[in-house]
Design a protein around this ligand. Sequence first.
Ligand code: PEP
Ligand code: MN
Length: 336
Amino acid sequence: MIIIIKKNADEAQVENLKTLLRSKHIEPHVSKGSLQTLIGCVGDVAHLDPGLIEALDVVESVQRIQEPYKAANRKFHPDDTVVDCAGAKIGGGHFGVIAGPCSVESEEQIVGIARAVKAAGAAMLRGGAFKPRTSPYSFQGLGADGLKMLSVAKKETGLPIVTELMDFKDIELFNDVDVIQIGARNMQNFQLLKEVGSYTTKPVLLKRGMSATLQELLMSAEYVMSSGNPNVILCERGIRTFETALRNTLDLGVVPLLHRLSHLPVIVDPSHATGYAYMVDAVSVAAAAIGADGLIIEVHNDPPHAKCDGAQSQTPEMFAGTMRKISALRKSLFNA
Ligand code: PEP
Ligand code: MN
């Protein structure tokens, strides 16, 4: 962090500022130019509020030169993190596809879809049991019963299961869950992030909030990691913009940018990003081509009758076609 001192600043005020910085375990390095005086801050500035310093009379402005996230930052962890999801690896060249319905609807439905997506090459099964619905009148998910059905599908197919935790009070029901999804609407539920991070080292799939900046996404990852869980997978699932023609606007360029900023794996959700099943194939291919570490795709055996997100759900046949294309693309682009 660099503090720019106001012209004609009083020497005593500068000394007071240096004392304040030292009290916060930061060593101030003053450099006096003919036009401007700067103070370079050496030490851990993560706990220093730049706004507090900027509010001081003697200070012209404050510039951060280091990102506020440490655990998620590639600068401090140059190698890609590989997250092991009960044997399915994601990141560092390992590409994994998570597939399944938006919501678990019955044992027969989830077991059938699990078999179909496994046959097509999915590495993990998704299915919501606790659903964050915009309307309280919409299907809210089967809750604990849905989790039991996911366990049956896991037993039948061997696929690790990914499902959303909305409220930490339900965590004990998640013993058989392999990856805990934190949804877009809860990305900044800091209490939930801290509770999950300190309770378990199971992988956490952290979806980007619909109006979250990348820094906010990485700070949310930081909450989980600094609480004790290093196994975070980031997920771009579209953001809200002026465009209403699609459900969300897929911000695909964040994949290489997140890879530059962070060592964490980045996956893409083409289903929530677009809202339309016919687009999911093309967008999945684009996401794989740009270097995503995986995908999370909604697949339903009977989309017109799905209890949730049928319009964006691929049929198992569509999904199998997408998997074939991705495999061919990854072979030709990445020799994978
Ligand atoms: C989901 O994956 O079913 C979901 C609700 O996603 P998001 O949190 O990204 O809206
Ligand atoms: Mn959904």
